[in-house]
Design a protein around this ligand. Structure first.
Ligand SMILES: *Cc1c(COP(=O)(O)O)cnc(C)c1O
Length: 349
């Protein structure tokens, strides 16, 4: 039985559409077959002459074990960009429905909403960049299909307590997407821990940050199996290529190294936060649960240019709501961070 809330929220078109069936959909265990004469590929083996598994079964099995979910609760996409786009297209009727965003936050939600002709309603985070729960729930109406929560939030860096996310879900009759691109750097518990209790909860993660694989473009969404079924129905059949699937599996097997890197980056973030306090041009350093720091400076445009001339590229976030004169600093390698602090000293004068 599918949860009724999902059935009520999915677009009629998505329920009705007959998906494209690729040749490779027909085999549960396509590695056990011997002769493939079904997909018009070049038969001469070069490692990637065959179409990839459209459902990435092997990768999902490994990933599901690591994340403590079932493989049928996992969608993989060509980066989070594709995953987020599929979420819009599954739930939001173009020209009619709307989503709630909590700025300042990740820019892709707004871009994808626009691209899909979905109205955006904004309820800013409060001064500590936390969710204004009551205002969010008041702003929601029957046309509001999705609330996007980014935790830890980009660009502010702070995580949203899981209790607040539960409060949102308890008071809202739509989908709540929790984007956990930076969760590996945070002490806050992942929303995956409550996935089984909330059919309307979608948790997005990515291989681009802690896993160190931004170049292979692999995003994840964890959700109720009925939601994943709809995603699978409308996604491009071969959306995750073979090279990406193989590389991701390799990285999951090297989890010790990834964990070491994450630990180093958290230590480096704390060190950087301490050292940045010595500089007069830095007015405020926001607390971070991610692999970056958002700082307030005296004059962001001027400092940004100074850093650029000194060979350091930062992200100027000053144009975002509530982020006047801010710069976002990604934590680098220990050596890069030492160099960065030395450059701060020359800029401070
Ligand atoms: C970096 C980032 C992602 C990752 O996007 P990919 O397309 O998977 O590289 C997703 N969400 C947020 C908030 C991010 O900052």
């Amino acid at each position: 039985m599918k949860p009724t809330i999902i059935e009520q929220l999915v677009r009629p078109m998505v329920k009705e559409i007959a998906p494209y069936r690729s040749a490779r959909d027909e085999f549960e265990d396509f590695e056990a077959q011997k002769i493939f004469l079904d997909a018009n590929e070049n038969p001469f083996d070069n490692g990637v002459n065959r179409y990839p598994d459209p459902l990435q079964r092997k990768l999902k099995r490994t990933l599901a074990t690591i994340k403590g979910v079932k493989p049928e609760q996992v969608l993989l996409g060509n980066g989070s960009d594709e995953v987020l786009d599929l979420i819009f297209r599954t739930f939001c009727e173009p020209g009619e429905e709307e989503v709630l965003l909590l700025p300042p936050t990740y820019g892709m939600y707004g871009v994808l909403a626009k691209l899909n002709n979905i109205r955006v309603k904004e309820v800013p985070l409060n001064d500590d960049f936390q969710i204004a729960i009551d205002s969010v729930l008041e702003a929601a109406n029957p046309k509001t299909k999705i609330i996007f929560v980014c935790s830890p939030n980009n660009p502010s860096g702070n995580a949203m307590p899981l209790d607040q996310i539960k409060q949102l879900m308890n008071g809202f009759n739509g989908i709540v997407v929790v984007d956990e691109a930076y969760i590996d750097f945070s002490e806050e518990k992942s929303a995956l821990s409550i996935l089984d209790q909330y059919p309307q909860l979608l948790v997005c993660q990515t291989f681009s940050k802690a896993y160190g694989l931004a170049g292979i473009r692999l995003g994840m969404c964890f959700a109720n199996p009925s939601v994943i079924d709809y995603f699978n129905k409308i996604k491009p059949p071969y959306n995750v290529n073979s090279l990406t699937q193989t590389r991701a599996l390799g990285q999951l097997e090297a989890s010790d190294r990834v964990q070491e890197e994450v630990k180093t980056l958290i230590t480096e973030r704390k060190k950087l936060e301490q050292e940045l306090k010595q500089f007069d041009f830095i007015i405020k350093i926001y607390p971070s649960d991610a692999n970056f720091l958002l700082i307030v400076v005296d004059d962001a445009d001027k400092r940004y240019d100074q850093f650029l001339k000194a060979g350091v590229v930062l992200r100027n976030r000053s144009r975002l709501q509530g982020c006047n004169n801010t710069l976002r600093i990604t934590v680098g390698t220990p050596e890069e961070n030492i160099n960065f602090i030395e450059i701060c000293k020359t800029i401070n004068q």
